[in-house]
Each structure stands twice: as C-alpha cells, then as structure tokens.
Ligand binder design. Structure first.
Ligand code: SF4
Ligand code: SF4
Length: 142
C-alpha cells in the first residue's frame, strides 16, 4: 500500500465535475478528504490522503492531470524519537513494509528508513508517541 498526502487544485471550469469520486471506482484508490474549498466558478482546493498500490496511484494522478487538476504532494517524513522509544514492539504489528522490526536476540526495535512508505500507521500505534511525522515541503507531481 502506498499513501501520500496531496493538495489538489481544480481550475474553475472543472470545479463542479465529480472528478474525485472516480479515483475509487475506476482506479481502486481510497481517499480521505481533510479539507476542501470548492466554490462555483472559482478555483477549488482540496487536501486529501490518497492510498492504493503504486501502480494505481500513478494512474489516478495521471487521470487527475488529464482533467487539468494540479496535483501537489505534501512532503512528509517519519522519524523515530529514540529518547521516547521504549522498544515495546507495538509499531511492528502495523508496519506492513517491514521498516520497523524486532532485532533478535536483543529484542530491540530497529527502524529502516529506506523501507518506510510514510503511511503513518505507526504514529497512533506507538504508546509514547515516539514515531513523529515531519512536513518537509511540497512538490508538484509530474
Ligand atoms: S510510516 Fe511507520 S508504519 Fe508506515 S511504513 Fe513507515 S515505519 Fe512503517
Ligand atoms: S511502538 Fe513506539 S515505543 Fe514501541 S517500539 Fe515502536 S516506536 Fe518504540
């Protein structure tokens, strides 16, 4: 599963069309709209988290661009606060990429940043909130 936080900008000619709903039905993607400002005949802005396979994600973004929607990825990164981490292992149960794993026989939790998809599932799963999301700027997806 691949997941990114996106900012979508709709030109005023497209703002009243049901473009976003086809991301689910035609591209097998799920989305969670966090904020939307859509007004008739004005440019619309929507912030959403879009998830699916990388292949479907790419096709969905291509579809949005074909409808003249500007797609901007909100850059995020995940960091583990090693001072807060108690090595309880709770995060490894939700980390499907294997970025968080238990090292044996030490039984310590290791974080492999290269494997991280920045899905942020580990953030609420961590009791002392040692997994932290950082925003690192925006990039327009091409
Ligand atoms: S954000 Fe957390 S749960 Fe998701 S892949 Fe990265 S380490 Fe694993
Ligand atoms: S859930 Fe939090 S405290 Fe527990 S091992 Fe993972 S990062 Fe450390």
């Amino acid at each position: 599963m691949y997941s990114r936080m996106l900012v979508l900008r709709f030109p005023k000619t497209e703002v009243e069309k049901p473009i976003v709903c086809y991301l689910a039905s035609d591209f097998n993607l799920t989305f969670n709209i966090l904020k939307a400002t859509i007004l008739p005949r004005k440019e619309g802005v929507m912030v959403m988290e879009l998830s699916g396979t990388r292949k479907d994600f790419k096709k969905g973004v291509q579809y949005l661009k074909e409808h003249r929607v500007q797609v901007q990825a909100v850059g995020q990164d995940i960091k583990r606060n090693t001072t807060k981490c108690t090595h309880c292992g709770a995060c490894t149960a939700v980390c499907f990429t294997g970025a968080l794993s238990i090292k044996r026989p030490e039984m310590t939790v290791v974080f492999n940043h290269k494997k991280c998809s920045v899905c942020a599932l580990c953030v609420p799963a961590c009791p002392p909130r040692a997994m932290e999301v950082r925003t690192i700027g925006n990039t327009i997806l091409k």
